[in-house]
Design a protein around this ligand. Structure first.
Ligand code: PMP
Length: 360
């Protein structure tokens, strides 16, 4: 078996131990004589799997009791629409911070349902720095303030929770959830697609404070109605059962790694090594303000773009794959989520040094 180091931004690498466990349980889960894929979502065995995943998620992120944890279809993009549908609560305006492409997608969707006020934008600096908090303009009449804690394409990450001046705070944590401890109590709602730090694509998690639920816009599809989903244990219809199970295996693995404080320490070490390799070389560069560089997605470039194809081909030959930058920005990007072992980052850093020696 030859597993590569897969630096894909998502769907992305999963812990090998998780895949092995899924393989071992594929045909017969827990002596039931059937695969999890074949179980009724109403069966005792499956409900146990689903509840364990929720309990583990709550424990890992220390989710307070007055928050619901929902497991939903539709990815993070589904939530871009569901959030205004659920959280407008009779208001008409929403506030969004624009720090990159994923913020912009959330904003475009929110504009279908609300008057969006851009509290701050980093568009003028090509999304390479988060605007100083002192320069943000919030509207006290807005239903909530939304931001993207980690821009997966630009590699820009918030390293503290912004002050929302009392507005309910909503955060897209798709690409950094579970990479570090978070004080959930500071948020009205946190959401994330699974396919970076939590499992395979096809399921998203929404963590929402109960007091903001119950005033959903009329005509909201039931599967996007958080209150109805909460009342039905996220099983208003047949949920993505196998993805939920795999997500549960990832959470179990994360607990075995020592939880979020331990994984944060590892993530910091991995990111520091990679940024040091970039910053200490005249050959590679990263445009992002060091104060808000992502520990999950590290974009980098070489001056001579003619060498990009060679870099990718030689990296692939060395077992380092999916290093191309997003199609909208080019260059390279190494996504180093929880499941990327430190040895993978070490191998990349070594490869980069060797490539520079040869071509620099
Ligand atoms: N937000 C962020 C920060 C993302 O990185 C992504 C996916 N790359 C999305 C939202 C959209 O997620 P999905 O494809 O699950 O809808």
């Amino acid at each position: 078996m030859a597993r590569v180091y897969n630096f894909s931004a998502g769907p992305s690498t999963l812990p090998t131990a998780v895949l092995e466990k899924a393989r071992d349980e594929l045909l017969d889960w827990g002596g039931t004589g059937m695969s999890v894929m074949e179980m009724s979502h109403r069966s005792k065995a499956y409900v146990g799997i689903a509840e364990q995943a929720e309990a583990d998620f709550r424990a890992l992120l220390a989710v307070p009791a007055d928050y619901k944890v929902l497991f939903l279809p539709g990815g993070a993009t589904g939530q871009f629409a569901a959030i205004p549908m659920n959280l407008l609560r009779g208001k008409t305006k929403t506030c969004y911070v624009n720090t990159g492409i994923w913020s912009e997608k959330a904003i475009a969707e929110a504009k279908l349902y609300s008057e969006v006020l851009i509290a701050a934008s980093s568009k003028d600096n090509q999304h390479t720095a988060i605007p100083a908090r002192a320069d943000w303009k919030l509207d006290a009449e807005a239903a909530y303030l939304h931001y993207t804690s980690n821009e997966t394409i630009g590699g820009v990450e918030f390293h503290s929770v912004p002050d929302s001046e009392g507005l309910p705070l909503v955060c897209d944590m798709s690409s950094d959830i579970l990479s570090r401890p978070v004080d959930v109590a500071q948020y009205a709602l946190i959401y994330a697609g699974a396919q970076k730090n939590m499992g395979p694509a096809g399921i998203a998690i929404v963590v929402v404070r109960e007091d903001v639920l119950g005033q959903t816009l009329p005509f909201t599809p039931s599967i996007f109605d958080y209150k109805k989903q909460a009342e039905n244990g996220s099983m208003l219809n047949t949920p993505p059962t196998y993805n939920w199970y795999l997500l549960g295996l990832v959470l179990e693995w994360l607990k075995e790694q020592g939880g979020l404080a331990a994984i944060e320490a590892l993530n910091t070490r991995k990111a520091d090594k990679l940024y040091a390799a970039i910053d200490n070389s005249p050959f590679y560069s990263n445009p992002v303000d060091p104060a808000c560089r992502s520990r999950m997605n590290v974009p980098f470039r070489i001056a001579n773009t003619d060498l990009e194809k060679t870099f990718l081909a030689e990296a692939k030959a060395a077992g380092l794959v999916n290093l191309e930058g997003h199609r909208s920005v080019g260059g390279f990007r190494a996504s180093i989520y929880n499941a990327m072992p430190e040895a993978g980052v070490d191998a990349l850093v070594d490869f980069m040094a060797g490539f520079e020696k040869q071509h620099g």
